[in-house]
Design a binder for this molecule. Sequence first.
Ligand code: BES
Ligand code: MN
Ligand code: ZN
Length: 493
Amino acid sequence: MTQVTPISFVPVDLDAVATVEGRLAIIVSPDGKLDQSARRANRLTRGAVARLVESAGFAKLKPGQVVSLNWPSGLAAEALDVVCLPKRPSVEEARKAGVTLAKLKVRKALHLMAGTQGKAAELALGIALRDYTFDAHKTSDSEKEADEAAVTLYLGKPEEVEAEATPLLAIAEGVMMTRDLTNEPANVLTTTEFADRLADMSKLGLEVEVLEEDKLEELGMRTLLSVGHGSDSPSKVVVMQWKGGAKDEAPLALLGKGVVFDTGGISLKPAAGMEDMTMDMGGAGVVAGTMRALALRKAKANVVGIVGLVENMPSARATRPGDVVKSMKGDTVEIINTDAEGRLVLCDVMWYAQDRFEPVGMIDLATLTGAIIIGLGHENAGVFSNNDVFCNGFLKAAEAEGEGAWRMPLGQAYDDMLKSRIADMKNIGGRPAGSITAAQFLKRFVKDDTPWIHLDIAGVASVKSDTKYAPKGATGWGVMALNRMIKDRFETE
Ligand code: BES
Ligand code: MN
Ligand code: ZN
């Protein structure tokens, strides 16, 4: 798995300004004030920093932006990165500074003279989140953008900042796991490999169970199994429990769609862009990464993560359009389109979660519909809920973490679109409001008194251009928001 860049927190060392190799970074506030280290760098470069600060260009910099002086004379470093950041920045500004530095740092050590800079831990998180490349399958070193070079933060109070940064870097580790899983191709990340990687997290204190096909059959998870019928990879459900809260307290349930590859099945997708369907397990990836973060930072909360791992393939054994299958709940579904498979996986996982755990709340994540991309693009995930308080708690957490999320409506008229002539429901509602009818389908598997949020992350799980915290590809969207929501709701003493 991709490791988070190692970051050390050490006391301020003015002599290091002259001697460190790799990249040296100093912080200058927008009003142009230089701290001790910046003054030292200015002196060593014979006033280059002061000239930059007085230039018209500096005045135009936004917090978090950087100007780099390359091969500065007077310094051993090959570049001096001058970071524009107020002494008391917002979380977003501090992270942005980290992101900018990480983009510049590629393959080089970074020495950041942060002194008494406010929100230095968030700055470190920004570096950790952005310093990511998925190079597991690059063979030549020149193509490999491996970036193992360490980061050193020189600080007035290094222990204090390190204590603050430690839980944040645990979250970054969760994000790395989500991104790795989501980026991984489907011949590597089979259902079995996925389950193995999750089982491996028992090392961190998570209780992990892998339910195999015979067990799923016994439980009656027929709609989930119907999706995997066409594949040679066995369908699995993985249950991960983190018990960091009070013994008798019901858990929060996080549920994920884990379609390791979605060909569409017999309702085969067109060839163009089908390769992107390796990310159709993104929901399960977010659940996995969040559980990892919770375990690493030893969260004081009870959370159960459950993912449905299947592969949607056409074959002689595959489910046909027109087939009727019975869900674990007992309701029957007429499968009009085998490409609307995510809801068939989730509905059984949702029923199982409520049946076994009686959770205080249930959040499912799924790359569920192309329609949500038409509606919200790649900026926001679609949020659907039956409970305003629960939903607002999530929206607030997502906003605080800079992860876009936008609430969408539900309603009886949309539910009516799922009526079937021969079964209890169809698995699609037609073209209009495709994301909403998908959510309505799921809602039929929510017990009345269970607070529930459905997150349609098809547009945000993997993106073709750089995003706020990630290079192009898998983003890890949702790990930080879910982590914060759990912290806000369950960990306030
Ligand atoms: N996995 C897809 C949705 C998707 C599309 C995710 C694009 C990421 C990017 C899902 O299983 C699917 O195929 N949905 C269909 C539903 C339709 C058949 C009702 C869709 O969106 O076209
Ligand atoms: Mn599909
Ligand atoms: Zn899918």
